[in-house]
Design a binder for this molecule. Sequence first.
Ligand code: DGL
Length: 262
Amino acid sequence: MNSNRPIGVFDSGIGGLTVVHALRRLLPGESLVYLGDTARVPYGTKSHATIERYTLQAGAILQRYDPKLLVIACNTASAHGLPALQAAATCPVLGVIEPGAELAAKVQGPVGVMGTLATVQSGAYETAIRRRMPGAEIHSLACPLLVSLAEEGWLDDPITTEICQRYLKQLPDAVKTIVLGCTHYPVLRPSLDRARPGTTWIDSGDVTARAVDALLENSLGYRTESSAGPLRVLFTDAGTRLKEVGSRFLGESLEAVELVEL
Ligand code: DGL
């Protein structure tokens, strides 16, 4: 097996660039191909069958780049499309929910999970956490407005803080650890911190990057070329603010993007 092959990363849109950011920080030598389905985002309001179908289509595009690993960076697509893509793909496929659940299951006391409506309705985090910690107390919260606020760039803003407070006050005070179960939420950390000070946030991007690292170390192998890992970015639609907003999620300037059709 050639360990210099890229890692394919898929998301419903630009949010998964937060996972790319975490991957590039931890594994700067890896070659990455990112596909964001910007033409059809959001997935978080769609049905199981649609999300599963979209995930399979995105996986098929990324397979063209002969990846050594596929990462579903999107929580919603991980919740609804992971088993189908694992069955269809010719390489291993990792979603963001299992790594997040792994960390959440180690928490003493109740845990909160924030996500899109489709992620929360799937119960995927509860299932994954309780598989590791039966009887865990989990409080899930759909926060549909937060995706738009993140895309608008209102990251550290009184209105965002107020909306976060309104969502988060639905959780019992005893919840001190909350999983950010959506690609868009890590960029909202300033407002989230202000809305619920003293909370430990589990960033699914960071934990997924660590899970990828473990997979490379244990079986798939690291890229051996000495040059910095290239990043290729594919979108299904390139709207006018794509580069500006995408750069915010990526944490670096988003240069060349390519358009693909699913
Ligand atoms: N990428 C999605 C997620 O992580 C958020 C955006 C969407 O609804 O498609 O759940």
